[in-house]
Design a binder for this molecule. Structure first.
Ligand SMILES: [Zn+2]
Length: 315
């Protein structure tokens, strides 16, 4: 019987899960997270779907890895995740262990992605690198000397809630000017809204209801030369570049990888971000740290990452 690890990535929009064997996702499925007001019902459903696959494909489950926002490696709990329907302290580790009866490793989603990059991605031959997830919010997974930086309380890497603009936009963490209020998909949309509100602004994006605007639409508009979209990308790139210059000084990484919605803009975002980074970075780090799109396939990275954590921490 072939042994597999299940990877579950709980996201603000979707929960992706799948089975991983020999570093490859051999099966995967997706459920809309917000349709489950009770996290236990979501976990029951996932357990049933996965069990069916295990039976049908004659597979043996060796462990379950979970990546989730605000999840704590040490406690296995997720605490009042922003952008998710569940509040309070949720013991994911116990909840999933009860249902599957195998070892469970819980990580915050960005940490899981960093482990995926380390085990299966372009970080395979690196010892020091950072993975930044640019999704609804922003997370960072930090690999130092070949190991994931977890932190004393299990919450290292909250780069999304470090300062970008003093007294800037209000963040849902309750403070002002956080990096993720500018450089996430949500932040980009807000930048567009602000630019469109300026007198005389004209853009193809004006015809889209701001509530439905996606970063993909902004990306496409920029590719067609839309001035507002280009301006928004430049503004976002400057903020990312400054933050990466700061990160360079803290961690001296070999590379910084980007993952998630906004990272799909690729060169349109990362090239100017790199230029801004070089402009701001201390001379010691100049021209040394590439900004790269993650080498892991986008829809599989989170599943691989969650599963990689099981290999890393249960052997
Ligand atoms: Zn914040």
């Amino acid at each position: 019987m072939r042994g597999v690890i299940a990877g579950i990535d709980i996201g603000g929009t979707n929960t992706d899960f799948g089975l991983v064997a020999d570093g490859e996702v051999i099966w995967q499925e997706r459920l809309p997270t917000k349709r489950y007001p009770d996290v236990r019902v979501l976990m029951n459903t996932i357990q049933q779907i996965i069990q069916l696959q295990l039976d049908q494909q004659d597979l043996k489950l060796l462990g379950v890895g979970i990546g989730a926002p605000n999840a704590n490696f040490h406690t296995g709990c997720m605490e009042s995740p922003p952008n998710l329907p569940w509040k309070g302290l949720i013991n994911l580790k116990e909840m999933v262990h009860q249902r599957f009866g195998v070892p469970v490793v819980v990580n915050n989603d960005a940490n899981a992605s960093a482990l995926g990059e380390l085990k299966y991605g372009a970080g395979k031959n690196m010892k020091d690198f950072i993975v930044i997830t640019l999704g609804t919010g922003i997370g960072a997974g930090i690999i130092v000397n070949g190991q994931l930086l977890i932190g004393h309380d299990g919450m290292a890497g909250e780069v999304g809630h470090t300062l970008a603009i003093p007294e800037g936009r209000l963040c849902n963490c309750g403070r002002k000017g956080c990096f993720e209020r500018y450089a996430s998909a949500t932040g980009l949309k807000e930048t567009i809204t602000e630019l469109l509100a300026r007198p005389g602004a004209t853009s193809s994006l004006q015809h889209i209801d701001p509530a439905n605007l996606t970063s993909k639409q902004v990306f496409e508009a920029a590719q067609q030369g839309d001035e507002i979209a280009l301006k928004a990308f430049d503004y976002t790139a400057a903020i990312i570049g400054r933050k990466m210059a700061e990160i360079a000084a803290y961690f001296s990484p070999e590379a910084i990888f980007f993952l998630g919605g906004l990272a799909n803009a690729g060169d349109l975002l990362l090239k100017p971000a790199k230029d801004y980074m070089e402009e701001f970075v201390l001379y010691l780090y100049k021209d040394k740290i590439p900004l790269l799109v993650s080498a892991l396939p986008d829809n599989k990275a989170s599943i691989l990452g969650a599963a990689a954590a099981v290999e890393e921490f249960t052997h």
